[in-house]
Write a protein that binds this ligand. Structure first.
Ligand SMILES: Nc1nc2c(c(=O)[nH]1)N[C@H]1C(S)=C(S)[C@@H](COP(=O)(O)OP(=O)(O)OC[C@H]3O[C@@H](n4cnc5c(=O)[nH]c(N)nc54)[C@H](O)[C@@H]3O)O[C@H]1N2
Ligand SMILES: Nc1nc2c(c(=O)[nH]1)N[C@H]1C(S)=C(S)[C@@H](COP(=O)(O)OP(=O)(O)OC[C@H]3O[C@@H](n4cnc5c(=O)[nH]c(N)nc54)[C@H](O)[C@@H]3O)O[C@H]1N2
Ligand code: SF4
Ligand SMILES: [Mo]
Length: 739
């Protein structure tokens, strides 16, 4: 086979189209990666409407990570202090099924939990929902989107009556003002940023770009206006902008009157945010606040984009609704170049939302709490009435608490690495150690979480399984398998279906391929906001990526509206969008004399999360060789810290050490650490040992973006940046994970 294949980049939610070609081409030497494995060539797919041929370094190098350090066979052990032994799939699945049955009948179905991931394909998500929520009758399925997009989900639902980003990427080149808040788009959504930056440059002066971020990121550097607010003051800032818009008369009265509800309560709240108060609270210049409000008010269209600087907050839902408020008061939604646009983190967090992949939702943008929604799904799944539990399941942090109390008897973790990415990591790890039975299903070995597993299941990953993913602009792309599966790996959905059949649900899991899974899933979206009944693997294969809504009777290629709410009707009972009146509450753990700095944790351009793939790509490890902490020169001077010297960072929960990177790009009083180095990659440099689990009461998303810390220079002279680094291969690969 020498033909190239079209697929989607499996890293971030931008969802760039890729074209991959086989390692062997006639008349050419076989293309090989740095370890000598034959390697597929990757380039951007020029015909993919979202990315138009562009890719960033992660997409471009993905093929190099596909063979290295894979988990190839099921493995098992009785207790966590034993080494793993290789077992057959039959043995592993028998152990899992026996354990599920025991827990079901002794502790009840609500003691069974699954923690999944926005890196599942939609088919994986869907089959998992059917197994856990449908057949087993517990809503204890949560995903790492709880740490990521759940505030956006609840913010959209509260404001507009349904989830779903209303905009599309073409809006990047149609807007008069881009308002980027809590997003380092240049590093984390690079191709979205490339499109925006190109257009912004070309229309210099005419098109404005505002960036709101406590750090002067690469994104902020490209902006006309950078508002380096104090962490956690976003609501103050936006209420302050709203105050000025109202005072200066830049509001859309007709839209407010005809299409919204609750404006008076909101107007009352924003009247308490005069500019001098807001500028002081946010730590910015009054003139800059006024400029931001002027850009908002005078632009024909405004496109807001946000990501984790907004969502990962103890008031995440309120922050998202506060963004939505600005759009509602100015009528900036449902038209070209305008709207609130959450930039999705993971490649298929959107598909997860569609398939009901969080503990409070069901497939087809349905809610667990809605009796009619439950009944519809029960009927479609051929299950008795009342099988789907009426109350939402455990969120992932509640699962951790459930392990602590002994409530959780069975934990199944797939496609996420919680022993790095969860908040309050020492507590998380202690809870994982108490788990009576943990199944961990991943593509790589070792990862940090493998050390906490009783059973390891080898997953086939992107390139080895066929399924769909939806990107931030609601565009669905089929990712076809193009490589052989290594070892005994299986697709996630196949594993879930097999367990379902072994549990006796043979009718429910008759699927023989992922196209059948998808066909069943799209039937459940009929007449829902995310209607995809017009889609199938075959159509996506022949007609290319498609946006939803895409009903069966719609015209596939031109019919899908690029934007939601173009008719100004929302998914609420009266069709009106809701203003939300929120005062700012600030950080859950503000700095104090004992812990005087705010620590914020985020991402770097080249690395992906816990490095299971990017840590194995030379080009990327050279780009980001080791962890670090960004400190303002003034703070560094106060603590006598020099560049590259080790800094010990303590919070109320733990400590870590990082070499100092002294830079004016961070505000005084704030420090920044990247999230990418877990225990397998560096010693004592785990950011999440420091963070806390206080979460937004509505979205249950933890405030991973801010906690209070103290800093001290490490005086021992035998410690340097290099002594921090570990090679996971040398430390773990031959040995079994130990605890
Ligand atoms: N290179 C790379 N790209 C990725 C990923 C990756 O691992 N690596 N992961 C993907 C995923 S899953 C996600 S969720 C996205 C995340 O994408 P982003 O959210 O853009 O990335 P982060 O670096 O987590 O955080 C963004 C910014 O929030 C700022 N911030 C912190 N506190 C506040 C605050 O109180 N207010 C405001 N306004 N800003 C604040 C930080 O300084 C930081 O620059 O990236 C996706 N893309
Ligand atoms: N302090 C702090 N903490 C954070 C964040 C932050 O900004 N600050 N961000 C949070 C956010 S937004 C996110 S999304 C999380 C991310 O955190 P994680 O989800 O823990 O990070 P990943 O490294 O992406 O883990 C994905 C795992 O899935 C495996 N995998 C890949 N493909 C497949 C597949 O097809 N099947 C299976 N079974 N496995 C597969 C990979 O090998 C990897 O081990 O971290 C969260 N934690
Ligand atoms: S921008 Fe995101 S989707 Fe596009 S190539 Fe980079 S990581 Fe992949
Ligand atoms: Mo994320």
């Amino acid at each position: 086979m020498t033909d190239s294949k079209k697929t989607l980049c499996p890293y971030c939610g931008v969802g760039c189209g890729l074209e991959v070609s086989p390692p062997a081409q006639p008349g050419k030497p076989v293309n090989r990666d740095s370890q000598g494995y034959p390697s597929w060539k990757v380039q951007g797919d020029r015909n993919h409407p979202s990315s138009q041929g562009m890719v960033c370094v992660k997409g471009a190098t993905i093929a190099e990570s596909l063979n290295k350090d894979r988990l190839l066979y099921p493995m098992m052990r009785e207790t966590l202090d034993q080494p793993f032994r290789r077992v057959t799939w039959d043995e592993a699945l028998d152990a899992i099924v026996n354990r599920i049955q025991t827990v079901r009948y002794t502790q009840g179905a609500d003691s069974i939990c699954m923690y999944g991931s926005g890196q599942f394909q939609t088919e994986d998500y869907y089959v998992a929902q059917k197994l856990i929520k449908g057949c087993l009758g517990t809503n204890n399925f949560d995903a790492n989107s709880r740490l990521c997009m759940s505030s956006a989900v609840s913010g959209y639902i509260q404001s507009f009556g349904a989830d779903g980003p209303p905009c599309c990427y073409d809006d990047l080149e149609l807007t008069n003002c881009a308002f980027l808040i809590g997003t380092n788009t240049a590093e984390c959504h690079p191709i979205v940023f490339n499109r925006l930056r190109k257009y912004h440059k070309k229309n210099s002066g005419k098109v404005k770009m505002i960036v709101v971020d406590p750090r002067r990121t690469t994104t902020a550097e490209a902006a006309d206006l950078h508002l380096a607010i104090k962490p956690g003051t976003d609501i103050d800032l936006m209420n302050g902008i709203a105050y000025l818009l109202l005072r200066w008369g830049y509001i859309d009265h007709q839209f407010i009157d005809e299409c919204t509800a609750n404006f008076p309560a909101y107007a009352e709240v924003i009247s308490q945010y005069p500019p001098d108060y807001v500028a002081k609270k946010c730590g910015i210049e009054l003139a800059d606040l006024e400029t931001a409000a002027r850009y908002w008010g005078q632009s024909k269209s405004v496109l807001s984009m946000w990501s984790m600087g907004i969502n990962q907050s103890s008031e995440g839902t309120a922050k998202v609704q506060t963004i939505n408020n600005l759009h509602l008061m100015t009528g900036q939604i449902g038209k070209p170049g305008a709207g609130p646009f959450s930039l999705t983190g993971q490649p298929n967090a959107m598909g997860g939302r569609e398939a009901g992949g969080l503990c409070h939702i069901l497939p087809g943008y349905r809610m667990v709490k809605n009796p009619q929604h439950r009944a519809e799904i029960e009927e479609l799944w051929g299950l008795p009435t009342g099988r789907i539990a009426a109350k939402p399941g455990l969120s992932v942090w509640e699962m951790i608490e459930g392990l602590e109390t002994g409530k959780v008897g069975f934990l199944w973790v797939a496609a996420t690495n919680p022993a790095v990415s969860m908040p309050d990591l020492e507590r998380t790890k202690k809870a994982l150690l108490r788990s009576p039975f943990t199944v961990y299903q991943d593509a790589y070995y070792p990862t940090e979480t493998a050390a906490y597993a009783h059973v390891l299941l080898p997953a086939a990953q992107w390139s080895e399984k066929t399924g769909t993913m939806t990107n931030s602009e609601r565009r669905v792309t089929l990712c076809s398998a193009f490589r052989d599966r290594p070892g005994e790996t299986k697709a996630d959905w196949e594993i879930f279906a097999e367990v379902g059949r072994l549990l006796g649900f043979t009718e429910q899991f008759k699927f023989t391929n992922s196209a059948e899974v998808y066909a069943e899933f799209v039937r459940l979206t009929k007449n829902r906001p995310c209607d995809m009944t017009g889609l199938s693997h075959e159509k996506l294969n022949t007609q290319g990526p498609q946006q939803w809504p895409c009903p069966a009777d719609g015209n596939l290629v031109e019919g899908a509206p690029a934007r939601l709410y173009t008719d100004n009707r929302f998914h609420t009972p009266d069709g009106r969008a809701r203003f939300a009146a929120y005062h700012s509450r600030g950080l859950a753990e503000p700095p104090d004399p004992d812990y005087p700095f705010v620590l914020t944790v985020g991402r770097l351009y080249g690395h992906w999360h816990t490095q299971t793939r990017t840590g194995r790509i030379e080009k990327i490890t050279q780009m980001h060789p080791h962890p670090f902490i960004e400190i303002h020169p003034r703070d560094a001077a106060k603590l006598s810290i020099q560049e590259e010297e080790l800094v010990e960072v303590r919070s109320r929960r733990g400590f870590a050490r990082f070499p100092a990177k002294i830079t004016k790009n961070i505000s005084p009083g704030t420090v920044f650490v990247p999230m990418h180095w877990g225990a397998l990659w560096a010693k004592d440099a785990e950011a999440n040992v420091l963070t806390h689990p206080e979460a937004c009461p509505v979205s249950l998303e933890p405030e991973l973006k801010a906690c209070a810390v103290q800093l001290a220079k490490v005086t021992a002279d035998n410690l340097s940046a290099d002594t921090l680094l570990i090679s996971p291969k040398s430390s773990m690969l031959s040995a079994s994970p130990s605890v």
